[in-house]
Write a protein that binds this ligand. Sequence first.
Ligand SMILES: Nc1ncnc2c1ncn2[C@@H]1O[C@H](COP(=O)(O)OP(=O)(O)OP(=O)(O)O)[C@@H](O)[C@H]1O
Length: 260
Amino acid sequence: MTETVRTPGTAAAGSPVIALAGVGIRFRRNRRGRRSFKDLFGSGARRTRPGEFWALRAVSFTVQRGEAIGVVGRNGQGKSTLLKLVTGVVLPDEGTVHVTEGVAPLIEITGGFVDDLTVRENVFLTAGLHGMTKKQIGERFDEIIDFAEIGDFVDTPYKHLSSGMKVRIAFAVISRLEEPIILVDEVLAVGDKAFREKCYRRIEELLAGGRTLFFVSHNERDLRRFCARGLYLDKGALVLDGPLDEVLARYDAEYGVKPA
Ligand SMILES: Nc1ncnc2c1ncn2[C@@H]1O[C@H](COP(=O)(O)OP(=O)(O)OP(=O)(O)O)[C@@H](O)[C@H]1O
């Protein structure tokens, strides 16, 4: 069965807020769709179509409300894809994804913002898409802009912001949403040190308030700051799901490096 069920607001006490069962997703490796040598002879060749490979396969885990989970693995092993499955940006080719609470994703530098709209318009658009009323957004608008420290640019088209400024406004908006699940991919690494620390303190506040966090990072100190549990992805498989210490030790044992 392949299914993605998103039913925000229906999480029963004690039941998981996220449940993935046997999830697989495949992508096309090359544009022409011809079989590469690896497709023909590699281990993942059996059920892929020409030019495709499994970016994630047989991934199963559940998450309880309030957990903070660090996702680790080398480049290209499926971490961002996993977060995109939770947001519903991509759909599984195999297995089921159940998400019973709303998700605030900070998974791409654009934060889903529209290039030609101004910062102000983007704030209203994004927060509106996450269920906030115009009045609620208006009430939080100054706070959002103050947090991002980009007061001079509220009426500037988003495309004219620097990449660090884009992350600032995206984080400021996403972290003011009421969604119970927060996803943070490595995008914060783009911000300067002082702003990153401000974001991390905000994440700590959100966790103290009972939010659920997925945090993708290559930085061990950052992972340890928030997360008690880790998911280790390698070659599209969930190699280990357990206490963060064990996950980092396994990563270190296999590749001789912990996240930086
Ligand atoms: N839309 C897509 N189309 C084709 N291939 C994709 C797509 N999205 C991701 N991939 C591929 O899927 C694999 C997993 O990518 P993903 O971005 O999830 O890795 P990651 O673990 O987050 O890597 P990094 O640490 O570099 O961010 C990679 O081989 C990537 O090239």
